[in-house]
Structures are given as structure tokens and as C-alpha cells.
Write a protein that binds this ligand. Structure first.
Ligand code: PMP
Length: 373
């Protein structure tokens, strides 16, 4: 609707379910302390910058050609990285990559969702999930997490049995709560999914997997026994490469082959592949930085609790904290002091990303001022 009355072509045949919708995304504001989208606060080191630049220059020399459609070298590098990070050995045929794990998940829904099918998750969880479902005309169903954000395996089992989804999305560590699922819960979901007539793919979204605490397992360990499991990861968080847009997935070769059918040809540019491989070569030093972010995260949770705030357990690089009678007022108060956090999650809670020590100090100082605690 809209446009000049009678102007030819003024009516756009927008899908009715998109009418009036705004594009997804947190406000991109220009403030000194950005702690709202769970980025890594550390820019790439000069050594990483130099190696990325050299790799891009090399790729540029071949930009008249389409890139390797199947990005064999990148898949081999990602498999080697996952072996080093989680101790799980995978072949390149078990690895897939795309422009962010957002696109990974879209591929999953394109291949395994669709009209007449259902995708299921447990709220509160990542707010893009219903959008992947909407964009692939997949019915969207949410079960619930408990008050402490855990997922009751019995509830998960019953919800899967009731709705017979073809895709279950489980974020672990979960966004926005930061909480990870115990292996027993993931196994319960996998068992229930295996009983769905017609089959059901379970995606464990480990976008924040590298930040998990000691003793929290990765679902990668369950891949060998579960051909309907896919574990999604990203270079946006631990690698500090959000701007490069590289997400990836590990699964059985047959599952990966289904994603290859729905991807656009050459979806991963030669530049993207080159950047990702150059950064992966620096994995050991980048993982050391992840270790210090984990320590900062634990210190922030302890500080919040020590001040009488609630803070959810976090296996991620952010903390859900509260609760506030008027969270919007607290958000605004922090913003007035140059600190941007995110209004997300259940009523009363806010989410803050773990920044540098100086950024975290700016956040805690501002929070004390705003709340008087
Ligand atoms: N999954 C979760 C749980 C996330 O929080 C995010 C980013 N906020 C993503 C996936 C997508 O990240 P990207 O597309 O940058 O890989």
C-alpha cells in the first residue's frame, strides 16, 4: 500500500506475514562503550591484520574468477581448528561454512524446514530463530525454559513429541541468558528428535562455544553417534571476526550435502575464504584472549552478585543481569553515561557483553551511579 494514488506499480505484492515489519537488529549508536551485541572487544592484532591483508591481496589477484564453490581448504582448516579446540576429529566433508552462522541456520531451515513443517526452540532464546522460520515459511513453535533458564528434559521431550518438528534449534550457551545446556539435556532432545516420524534435525548453536566454562562439554562430542545432529559455530565471537561474516557447522556428511543443495552458488567469496583462513592460522593466540575474556566474565558475574544484582550463570561472553522494575530507564541511564547495553530477555533483565577491563569498569561505574547500589 502507499505511494501516489493511481501511480502504476505503487502496490507491492509483499508477503502478508512481512507487512509492517522492521528489519532485525540492535541500535547501532556511536557511543564510547559498546557492550550490546556480544562482539569481541579486541580488534585483531597487527600481526593478524598483516596476514589478513596479505591473504586478501593474494585472493585479489584471482578475483576475475569465481571462488572455490566448496571451499575445500577452509573446510580442512576449520576441521583442524575444531580438533584442536574440542578434541573432536572431523573430515572436511563434515564441515560447512557460510556468511555468519545466521546464514548457516538459514541453510538448515531451507533444507529441512519449509511449508507444512515445524521448527522448534525453547524461549527465552536467540531472537533471530523465528525470523529464519518466517523467511522459509516454516511453522514456528516455542517451548519454554524454566525460571532459572534451564531446560527441563521432560518438557523438551513432550514438546518435541507433540509438535513433531523437522528442526529443533538449541542455543548453548544460550543467547540472551548465557546459560549452557548439560550434555544429558542435549541427549534427551536428540533421543526425542530421533523418534519424530519423518526425521528431525537438531542444531546445537554454539556461537559462544569457546567461552564455555571448564567442564561444560561441546555437542561436537555427540556428533559421531547422532547423524541428525548439527553443531553450529561462528568466527564472529571468539575470533573477533564479526565484520568478516564467517559461520560454520559440523555434522554428518549427508546432512552437509543437503545444505550444499540450497546454498547459492559461490556464496562464500574468495575474500571471505582468505580472511577466515588467515585468522584461523592465529587460533592459538586468539584463544588465549578468549581465556582472559572468560576470566573477565566470571569477575563481572561475581561483582554483580556481590552488589545485590541477579546475574544468570554465563558460559558466554556476556551476562544477563537484573532485575529492574524499569529496565528501559536503567538502559537509558547507562547510555547517558556512554555505555550501550541491550534490552533483551524476559522483563526486568538487561544483557551486557564482556568488554576490555576499562570498558567493564565504565559499565560497573555507570551502573552504580544509575541504580544507587
Ligand atoms: N547464534 C547466536 C546464539 C547468536 O547470538 C548470534 C549472534 N548474535 C548468532 C548465532 C549469529 O552470529 P553470526 O551470524 O555473526 O555468526
Amino acid at each position: 500500500t502507499g505511494g501516489a494514488a493511481g501511480a502504476p506499480g505503487a502496490v507491492l505484492p509483499l508477503r502478508p506475514e512481512l507487512a509492517g515489519l522492521e528489519p532485525y537488529g540492535a541500535p547501532q549508536l556511536d557511543v564510547p562503550v559498546l557492550l550490546n551485541v556480544n562482539e569481541n572487544p579486541y580488534a585483531p592484532s597487527e600481526q593478524v591484520v598483516a596476514d589478513v591483508a596479505a591473504a586478501v591481496a593474494q585472493a585479489a589477484r584471482g578475483l576475475n574468477r569465481y571462488p572455490d564453490r566448496d571451499f575445500a581448504d577452509l573446510r580442512a582448516d576449520l576441521a583442524a581448528y575444531l580438533l584442536a579446540e574440542s578434541g573432536v576429529a572431523l573430515t572436511p566433508a563434515q564441515v560447512w561454512a557460510a556468511n555468519g552462522s545466521n546464514e548457516i541456520m538459514l541453510h538448515v531451515l531451507q533444507a529441512f524446514g519449509g511449508p507444512g513443517r515445524t521448527a522448534l526452540s525453547f524461549a527465552p532464546t536467540y531472537s533471530m530463530y523465528p525470523e529464519y522460520a518466517r523467511d522459509t515459511s516454516t511453522r514456528w513453535v516455542v517451548g519454554r525454559r524454566a525460571e532459572d533458564f534451564t531446560l527441563d528434559p521432560e518438557h523438551a521431550r513432550a514438546t518435541i513429541a507433540e509438535h513433531a518438528p523437522s528442526v529443533v534449534l538449541l542455543a548453548s550457551p544460550n543467547n540472551p541468558t548465557g546459560t549452557a545446556l548439560p550434555a544429558a539435556t542435549v541427549r534427551a532432545v536428540l533421543d526425542a528428535a530421533a523418534r519424530v516420524p519423518g526425521g528431525c534435525v537438531v542444531v546445537v548453536d554454539e556461537a559462544y562455544g569457546e567461552f564455555r566454562r571448564a567442564g561444560t562439554p561441546s555437542a561436537l562430542e555427540l556428533l559421531a553417534e547422532h547423524p541428525h545432529l548439527a553443531v553450529s559455530r561462528t568466527m564472529s565471537k571468539a575470533f573477533g571476526l564479526a565484520g568478516a561474516r564467517v559461520g560454520y557447522l559440523a555434522a554428518a556428511p549427508a546432512l552437509v550435502d543437503a545444505l550444499r543443495v540450497v546454498r547459492l552458488p559461490y556464496h562464500l567469496s574468495a575474500v571471505t575464504q582468505a580472511v577466515a583462513r588467515a585468522a584461523l592460522a592465529h587460533a592459538p593466540e586468539l584463544m588465549a584472549q578468549v581465556g582472559s575474556l572468560r576470566d573477565e566474565r566470571d569477575a563481572l558475574v561475581a561483582w554483580l552478585r556481590g552488589r545485590g544484582f541477579e546475574a544468570a550463570d554465563s558460559d558466554a561472553n556476556f551476562v544477563l543481569f537484573g532485575r529492574f522494575d524499569d529496565r528501559d530507564a536503567v538502559w537509558q541511564g547507562l547510555l547517558d553515561r556512554g555505555v550501550l547495553v541491550r534490552v533483551t530477555g524476559p522483563e526486568g533483565w538487561l544483557r551486557v557483553s564482556v568488554g576490555t577491563p576499562a570498558e567493564t569498569a565504565a559499565f560497573t561505574d555507570a551502573l552504580v551511579e544509575v541504580t544507587g547500589r
